[in-house]
Design a protein around this ligand. Structure first.
Ligand SMILES: NC(=O)c1ccc[n+]([C@@H]2O[C@H](COP(=O)([O-])OP(=O)(O)OC[C@H]3O[C@@H](n4cnc5c(N)ncnc54)[C@H](O)[C@@H]3O)[C@@H](O)[C@H]2O)c1
Length: 407
């Protein structure tokens, strides 16, 4: 299904998943229309196809309800996977096998086994697979990485990432199971996840708060923040992981915690991820962010900018504003396809940064302190934890076993 691109030919893209971020991606790639064209979309919800066409003014966009039809098309060079997390791996692997390049949203995968498979599928089929951890393309994030790695902050012993907000008392509410809305193929929406009756909170956007499809705030937002921590510290493999918390205050039907702390021990530093959905008092003065604590000073970074706060007079203070992230990330993907430019976040980097929040979720769900054997890509010594390493994919949406091996 591969097409050979000539130097001045545009890259032909299809967007799979026409919800919130799929629409955002249309805007990003449309701004780069001298380099690419969006020629098709796919979704299992007709309402989203209709809204997408209206929003973009592109009634001409060919829409498919089965993403496999997109993969069969010879005119498509690349796909954007903007579906819920539980579909990312299957779609990415199928696309690689069909000869397509892939821009896959974060978190790269639903469970660790799927991430390993994505890396091997991309390698085997020699496809460009970028993960949508777009902060990596922001110039001020790159500067933050440079400052951390320069040693100017001194010895960094702790990195803290957090998201806080107040969703009490009712959060996303408690709707009953209902008949599937017209125009939604619920069976195809669920795909590899277990069959169950339709519930609106499990579907559009709020799937994030259900273990069958995603990993709560830790995976949804934590992955962006921990990605920066791991990239800056140039380490991806925690030795020991523990987590605690619960669903203590928010009265809705979500499964994931409203309060959670994940603790990761590295050789000589600690990573902490904190999430509160039951109190919005800012941490370190902000609702979310990544902060590095060194013996000379601290560095805070979020999408709006970076700040260096000296400890006493051990280093100078410094501050700068934010920079664009999504558009340069999209442009980097096109450059990688056309010119072989290195990806800002290739599939391996994205998978490694997703493994860490997923390990936090495993520690939370098992209540065990777990150890990670990075070489073998295995959780050590816990049957409960090993059970959450993978999933039983509902047929016929399994991941080929041959791709599931250490990276
Ligand atoms: N990088 C970022 O900053 C960022 C921001 C938002 C969302 N995301 C990620 O993007 C993904 C989608 O999130 P969202 O908020 O856009 O969700 P959403 O529910 O708004 O959209 C998902 C779309 O995928 C469709 N879909 C589901 N199964 C499908 C299938 N089998 N084939 C085709 N379409 C299918 C749904 O019908 C829906 O239209 C998530 O993994 C999320 O974490 C990333």
């Amino acid at each position: 299904m591969r097409r050979r691109l000539s130097a001045n030919e545009k890259i032909q893209i299809a967007i799979i998943g026409c919800g919130g971020i799929g629409r955002h991606h249309y805007g990003q790639f449309d701004r780069l229309k001298n380099q690419c064209t969006i020629v098709a979309i796919a979704d299992v919800y007709q309402k989203h196809i209709d809204e997408f066409r209206t929003m973009t003014g592109r009634q001409d966009l060919e829409a498919h309800t089965d993403y496999q039809r997109v993969l069969e098309r010879k005119d498509i060079d690349a796909v954007v996977v903007a579906t819920p997390d539980h579909w990312h791996a299957k779609m990415t692997i199928d696309a690689c096998e069909a000869g397509k390049h892939v821009f896959c949203e974060k978190p790269a995968m639903h469970n660790i086994a799927e991430g390993l498979a994505m890396v091997h599928a991309a390698r085997e089929h020699k496809r460009v697979v970028s993960i949508g951890l777009q902060q990596r393309s922001g110039e001020h994030f790159k500067e933050a990485i440079e400052i951390v790695r320069s040693g100017r902050l001194g010895k960094i012993t702790m990195v803290h990432c957090w998201n806080v907000g107040n969703e009490t008392p009712d959060g996303i509410g408690n709707p009953p199971d209902e008949p599937t809305p017209p125009g939604l193929d619920w069976n195809m929406w669920l795909g590899p996840a277990p069959m169950r009756p339709y519930n609106r909170n499990r579907c559009i956007y709020h799937f994030r708060w259900f273990w069958d499809y995603a990993g709560g705030k830790v995976a949804d937002w934590g992955v962006h923040l921990m990605d920066i921590a791991l990239w800056a510290m140039n380490e991806t493999d925690p030795l020991e992981i523990s987590a605690t918390g619960g669903k203590f205050a928010v009265r809705d039907n979500r499964e994931t915690p409203d309060t959670v702390e994940c603790l990761y021990r590295f050789k000589d530093w600690v990573l902490v991820y904190s999430h509160r959905a039951a109190n919005g008092y800012p941490m370190n003065g902000r609702g979310y962010g990544t902060m590095f604590f060194g013996t000379n000073g601290s560095l805070f970074v979020d999408r709006g900018g970076l700040e260096v706060h000296p400890d006493g007079d051990r280093m100078p203070a410094y501050k700068r504003g934010g920079s664009a992230q999504s558009e340069p990330h999209a442009e980097n993907f096109l450059a990688a396809i056309r010119e072989g430019t290195p990806l800002a976040c290739d599939v391996e980097a994205g998978v490694r940064s997703t493994i860490v929040p997923l390990l936090g979720n495993i520690a939370y769900r098992t209540g065990e302190t777990i150890r990670w054997d990075a070489k073998r890509c295995q959780v050590i010594g816990s049957r409960n934890a090993t059970a959450l390493f993978s999933r039983n994919w509902r047929a016929p949406w399994g991941i080929p076993r041959r791709y599931i091996k250490p990276i």
